[in-house]
Design a protein around this ligand. Structure first.
Ligand SMILES: [Zn+2]
Length: 308
């Protein structure tokens, strides 16, 4: 049976069966490191709880769509307020009052408590009251990095699902299938983050943004013929082949875009297209043992030559 998580087969199976057989526990604690899919799982369960289709969550009914948009009136979300470290007692009390309100459109209400391990003892005791005698048709989904910060009395009322990072191969397959990052870069980031998909994607995204803006900057320097500017931009990509490959790839995109934007200016467009063609050669030479400082040095030389 497939489920919402990469890896974590037993949890996927257990959750899918519980949804299918309509026997979701009233309180679930999802624990795991950031990036292991805790929110993915919580949203899957919340959507399944409110979904009106036969096979839940269907992803297309109006309840599923509202759940996905974060605007379902029967899914109540709690987390520390902006700038605060903890979920306050007042927040738990208002959640508790809310729990006794009848569902608005679904047949149940879902209370999602993110960073549940930031509740102090007083808050947890306030929550305990409603967990002990939950109103009918309410589900409590607690998300925490570790259950260690929660009282035994809370834990004893929750079904605890402990998420772990998937096998490298599974994580890699998932990222390559769902995101457009070069394989080498995915492998290297995954190994930096021990197979943690969320952290890997965050890093890849950050690297992509950084690389894309560097490529844009380089293109500007190229157009203005500033070799010093070009050298300065490439300096940070000399340290690692994966970053270097990503930079050249982004640079090709930027240069092609600039050529298109400058199509009325034949000389500039031609200069950009010539440079684009050269870039493919540099991209290929990355597969050899070439020294990266040397590679970027000759890339800038070529760019300077073409922009004159
Ligand atoms: Zn649905």
């Amino acid at each position: 049976m497939s489920g919402p998580l990469v890896g974590n087969g037993r949890i996927n199976d257990a959750v899918c069966s519980a949804v299918k057989e309509n026997r979701l526990p009233h309180a679930i604690l999802i624990e795991g490191d950031k990036g292991t899919g805790r929110h993915t799982l919580a949203h899957f369960i919340a959507s399944a709880a409110v979904c009106t289709a036969e096979i839940k969550p269907c992803g297309v009914c109006s309840s599923c769509r509202l759940a996905k948009a974060g605007t379902h009136p029967d899914i109540y979300f709690t987390a520390p307020e902006d700038g605060k470290k903890n979920i306050s007692v007042a927040q738990v009390r208002s959640l508790r009052n809310e729990a006794y309100v009848k569902p608005h459109i679904a047949s149940c209400r879902v209370f999602l408590i993110d960073m549940a391990d930031t509740m102090n003892e007083q808050s947890q005791n306030a929550l305990l009251k409603v967990l002990e005698e939950p109103p009918g048709n309410t589900f409590f989904l607690l998300i925490a990095e570790s259950k260690a910060a929660l009282l035994d009395t809370i834990l004893s009322r929750c079904t605890v699902l402990s998420l772990s990072v998937p096998e490298y191969g599974e994580a890699e397959e998932y990222i390559l299938k769902n995101h457009k990052y070069p394989e080498q870069q995915v492998k290297s980031a995954l190994s930096d983050f021990g197979g943690n998909i969320g952290r890997t994607l965050e890093a890849l995204n950050g690297a992509k943004t950084k690389t894309a803006s560097a490529a844009e900057e380089f293109t500007k320097h190229f157009l203005s013929g500033s070799d010093a500017g070009m050298l300065k931009t490439t300096a940070e990509f000399e340290k690692n082949r994966v970053d270097a490959a990503l930079f050249i790839k982004e640079l090709k995109t930027c240069v092609a875009k600039a050529a298109k934007e400058n199509y009325r200016n034949l000389l500039t467009a031609k200069m950009l297209l010539n440079f684009y063609n050269e870039l493919s050669g540099f991209e290929e030479s990355l597969n050899t043992n070439i020294n990266l400082s040397l590679l970027f040095c000759s890339l800038v030389c070529k760019a300077t030559e073409l922009s004159k």
